[in-house]
Design a protein around this ligand. Structure first.
Ligand code: DGJ
Length: 519
């Protein structure tokens, strides 16, 4: 069966996500393994309709952590972001129809969309909220939540979204200086005027959201976009040279615990060959932490920073990736330097699945909720949504899923069509109706989810008194042989001693009693 056939065989579209939120006291559909030993899986249409609860407009979205697991709480209950990020230039009103038609087809419950500083503050201290208001209004019409991306001081390591009145004053709002003394196309994290301007603008945005979005259409905010610097490990300006020779901040030394040196020292005394990179990470994180804290003082939505990654298995030196961003080796620095940032989130464009899995592992930490704000979504990559769920993610959101015809190759499709979006749409078709339950069960540690890997035709999941065996490429005549492409994915949650919630596609699940399980 082709993906397209499979999609059309599914039930008609369930009711769209509606506010207010849902409570979790519902009649969750579940499977009893004793009823179905061999199960060709698809639980779609597990509609949570009828489990809506009263709104409490005072309930702000928030991130909660318990026993090292995390949940994004929206309308008072765990929420799973089944997201899509539009292209960088799709947040202008004229482009929005091509965004919404893709979002509607995908049945994404959340759109990630930029707010451009240059548009938001066209003149100093004059804020234009018209575009963000249009986006919020249209999101409500489409029953979709929003994650707003603040394209502020940093956008992919550069500062191209700064308002023109700032770009015209490079001495006041400087870029960094590379080792050889040349100017690098990356904003300086040691520029008090840029920091003050960003704080001023971002605070205005959050203040506006507080009054314009009392129904919490906006559930989270990304502060900056892939901050850090390409082509230089750090800033070598006179200001930076002075700072790197000062003692390492005491908070950072404390975070090092027993690894901290007995005597205070400057960055190279404490960190040796890592000093340049760690200093830059601290500087960028400390700057962004201040922007986030000021925004939260106005309106405390959950906030995160997305990271351009280094190779998670064989990382090279900092000069080979975006230095200063929240790469896996400096997450600890970011946590200390930017406590107002709730989540450090990996943008995963890895085609190699071993590396993809490694990134998920590195960012899913007791002190960091896993959230994948950008990733490949086309083809077999769609299955990685389930790999992320298996690591407890609060959301997964491929980049560039709109119909604006902007080509995002080699990272995505050359042009999005219903066909190219179908694998992600399939995820959201089966997960959308049960996303509240999935988020809750993950938070409770009851859920396991897997994605098929080449050469691994079956995966066994341990649930204590039961084992669930997920197999791929099973035919009437035998198997499992694996699918011709690794596209299988499954999610299983234990809802009772002998009860399971199961969903997935291109796979089959068998339950085996281990001890105490009833066959
Ligand atoms: C990563 C960035 O964060 C996005 O804004 C976008 O530029 C993509 N790369 C393009 O692939």
């Amino acid at each position: 069966m082709t993906r397209r056939d499979f999609l059309s065989a599914l039930d008609a579209r369930p009711p769209p996500f509606t506010m207010p939120g849902m409570n979790l006291e519902n009649k969750n559909p579940f499977f009893r393994p004793s009823h179905l030993v061999a199960l060709a899986i698809l639980l779609s249409g597990l509609c949570a309709a009828g489990v809506r609860a009263q709104a409490d407009d005072n309930l702000l979205p928030q991130l909660v952590t318990q026993d090292g697991r995390h949940a994004l709480i929206v309308d008072g209950a765990p929420f799973l972001i089944l997201g899509a990020q539009c292209h960088n230039s799709s947040a202008w009103p004229a482009m929005l129809p091509k965004v919404w038609s893709a979002i509607d087809y995908l049945q994404a419950n959340t759109l990630e969309i930029p707010v451009y500083w240059e548009q938001f503050e066209p003149e100093p201290d004059r804020f234009d909220t018209s575009v963000v208001d249009t986006i919020i209004q249209q999101a409500r019409e489409h029953h979709v939540r929003l994650v707003l991306l603040w394209f502020g001081t940093w956008k992919n390591g550069s500062s191209h979204y700064l308002p023109p009145w700032m770009k015209k004053q490079p001495d006041k709002y400087p870029r960094i200086i590379g080792k050889t003394g040349r100017r690098v196309d990356s904003p300086s994290p040691h520029a008090p005027a840029t920091l003050a301007a960003d704080i001023h603008a971002f605070s205005a945005l959050m203040r506006h959201l507080k009054t314009a979005d009392t129904q919490h259409t906006v559930i989270m905010v990304q502060v900056e976009n892939e901050p850090g610097s390409w082509n230089t490990v750090r800033d070598f300006s006179p200001e930076a040279q002075k700072l790197i020779n000062e003692p390492v901040p005491v908070e950072l030394l404390k975070a090092m615990g027993t690894n901290a040196p007995a005597v205070d020292g400057n960055w190279s005394e404490v960190f040796g060959p890592n000093a340049d990179e760690y200093f830059h990470a601290w500087s960028v994180a400390h700057y962004i932490g201040q922007v986030a804290a000021a925004g939260k003082a106005e309106y405390p939505l959950p906030m995160y920073v997305n990271a351009s990654l280094r190779d998670p298995l064989t990382p090279g030196p900092a000069s080979t990736y975006e230095s200063g961003g929240a790469t896996d080796n400096v997450l600890w620095i970011w946590k200390v330097a930017a406590p107002a940032i709730d989540v450090l989130a990996p943008d995963i464009y890895e085609g190699d699945s071993a590396k993809y899995h490694k990134v998920l592992e590195l960012y899913a930490r007791p002190d960091n909720a896993l959230f994948v704000p950008e990733t490949r979504g086309s083809g077999a990559a769609a299955r990685m949504c389930f790999a992320a769920l298996g690591q407890g993610t609060i959301g997964w959101s491929p980049f560039g899923l709109d119909y604006t015809k902007y080509a995002s190759q080699p990272l995505g499709a050359s042009r999005e069509t219903e066909e190219s979006l179908a694998p992600v749409a399939l995820n959201y078709k089966i997960l959308g109706p049960i996303m509240r339950e999935v988020a809750r069960l993950n938070f409770e540690g009851k859920l396991q989810a897997v994605a098929e890997e080449k050469g691994e035709a079956a995966q066994t999941l341990d649930f204590g008194n039961w084992q669930a065996v997920v197999s791929y490429g099973v035919t009437r005549n035998g198997g499992p042989k694996g699918n011709s492409e690794p596209i299988g994915r499954a999610l299983i949650a234990k809802t009772g001693e002998n009860e399971f919630l199961v969903t997935g596609v291109f796979c089959r699940v068998d339950f085996k009693a281990v001890s105490g399980g009833q066959q």
